[in-house]
Design a protein around this ligand. Structure first.
Ligand code: HXC
Length: 263
């Protein structure tokens, strides 16, 4: 998404927890697109740090025109095995952290009477639910509700909120946490491609193109919508991870070790 927007001339501010990863991403965007890219290392679970950093951007760089909420945390687990800390690790990022950022940016726009656009990344499981990732499913459903609610509350101020509900866009980090390749698991990437009506999984280009469309300055009547971007997968196949019902205790132990090893 950042690459697509940078290619269209956007100044990009990247947030994340790890400075080295941010620097690497910024360097790639500068090199490929000649873009103006700035990075800010922080954890969105810290509401005070979020407010400070939003202030800093406004003071040093001027107002943002758009916010993309893409931060998330997730791993597969039987819900009865989750600790309260595990529940918080996910919901504090996805549910609370996204609210902190949206509120901090919205406050600036409102105080200055500026228009703005918020695009939140959810998942198709806001419609289907999702077994074995219940804290994520609950939190993403909350963001879907935030999108609809604030679209109405902040629409009169020229601030619009929309969301994309992507299907499977494979990345190494997500695969290690969500699809650890337990033996006999039919949920391989190849099988997911064959099951998808479009016979492929998603790509960064897919979501970059839709994000650019939804944030485009000429698109100001699009408000309060969550657009599914999955090649029709959820319509054909419903919720993810249903076949994990067959996993044994050993499979779950292995999945946990792989997710923790991905850190
Ligand atoms: C069970 C786990 C666990 C696991 C952590 N915990 N990993 N429990 N299975 N695999 C528990 C820990 O035991 C601990 O509880 C608590 O969670 C907090 O763990 P920490 O390691 O201290 O958490 P933290 O450092 O905050 O790490 C956050 C994280 C981590 C979310 C747990 O995985 C992370 O940083 N992930 C990177 C981002 C990410 O997940 N990206 C994928 C997003 S995919 P106890 O009780 O032991 O103290 C996504 C949806 C996409 O969001 C859908 C695509 C289809």
């Amino acid at each position: 998404m950042a690459g697509k927007l940078a290619s269209l001339g956007a100044e990009v501010h990247l947030w994340g927890r790890r400075e080295a990863v941010l620097h690497e991403a910024a360097a790639a965007l500068r090199e490929t697109h000649g873009a103006q890219v700035f990075t800010h290392a922080l954890d969105i679970r810290d509401a005070a740090a979020v407010a400070r950093q939003v202030d800093h951007i406004w003071q040093q760089h001027g107002p943002l025109t758009a916010l993309i909420n893409n931060a998330a945390g997730n791993f597969v687990s039987r819900t009865e095995d989750l600790s309260i800390n595990g529940f918080h690790a996910i919901s504090d990022i996805v549910f609370r952290g996204t609210f902190y950022v949206t509120q901090a940016v919205g406050r600036q726009w409102i105080a200055q009477g500026l228009p703005g656009a918020v695009l939140s990344i959810v998942v198709t499981w806001v419609d289907t639910g999702a077994p074995f990732v219940v804290p994520s499913a609950m939190s993403k459903a909350g963001l879907d509700a935030m999108t609809k609610s604030l679209a109405v509350e902040w629409g009169p101020k020229g601030i619009r909120l929309n969301a994309i509900a992507p299907g499977v866009i494979p990345t190494e980090g997500a695969s290690q946490r969500l699809r650890p390749g337990i033996e006999g698991n039919r949920d391989s990437a190849r099988q997911r491609e064959l099951d998808n009506p479009m016979r492929r999984l998603g790509t960064g280009e897919d979501i970059g193109n839709l994000a650019a469309f939804m944030l485009a300055p000429g698109n100001t009547w699009l408000n309060g919508q969550t657009i599914t971007l999955d090649g029709g997968d959820a319509l054909a196949n419903g919720a993810y991870f249903t076949d994990y019902q067959a996993w044994t205790d050993d499979d779950w132990a292995l999945a946990k070790a792989m997710a923790k090893g991905a850190r």
